[in-house]
Write a protein that binds this ligand. Sequence first.
Ligand code: GLU
Length: 322
Amino acid sequence: MFLRSMVAGTAMALTLIGSGGAIAEEKFVTIGTGGQTGVYYQVGGAICRLVNRGSKDHEIKCTHTTGGSVANINGIRAGDLDLGVAQSDWQYHAYNGTAPDQFPDGKFEGLRAVFSVHQEPFTVVARADSGINSFDDLKGKRVNVGDPGSGQRGTMEVLMKEMGWTMDDFALASELKSSEQAAALCDNKVDAIIFTVGHPNGSIKEATTSCESKLINVNNEASQKLVDENEFYAVATIPGGMYTGTDEDVTTFGVGATFVSSTATSEEIVYEITKAVFENFDRFKKMHPAFANLKEEDMIKKNLSAPMHDGAVKYYKERGWM
Ligand code: GLU
């Protein structure tokens, strides 16, 4: 807690380096991530570990804190965070000003893309005893729609709107955080939970091993329309056998996780962070199973709708990728 409050925002500190007493400027960088059982938290942890390993060369110290897509983008805009992880749909809406509920201040023109990361299928897990076999069966049930700062809450609302549903269509619409929802499912406080997240992850593992539950397809007319009409959505598959209780492949739609920043974060900081990831790319990919199939060329091309940050462009040009 002390460390977190100490480094909130871009705090600058003076530190004594070396026996000669030379004074160097140490820059603290904070990355917005997500709940501890999700993948964003791991993305932030992996990036910070790589950045901090090289801090003898660049004086940047990196830490990360929880949030979720919408909270992360709003935190960057407010200057509380330097960078953050966000779903491709929320990157698009923040930059274009097309989601006033999530981003009441309108277009965030200073938003910048750094790279994209793993795919995030929109994932629904239902208790085995709930009688839920499709997304449409959620009607009348107790559903954790997610906390308002999270990406899944917003994406859930988009899908519900497409289906003509409101929160009143559920017997209960709870707003628990991603890290709390597996326990709520298995304590029978809700019938289903929703998480837009990379796989495999701790949260869905907890939900499918602590009680009898299964993943549900989300492939109705409304989800297909979202995919057809928006470049930031795609059909997604969660492989059968990945989680207990779900042997068949699950078909749903999804987004991409992306790493974003803003023009307020310096070129130097974004350059060093980008470099730390791509110079240690094999190490990075081993840091989480959801990163195993990442490819450099996809990461700098796919799912990015805001302009690329100058610091990232500098690094990609150096590598001859742009
Ligand atoms: N996609 C989720 C969000 O935007 C977070 C997923 C995770 O924590 O890995 O809030």
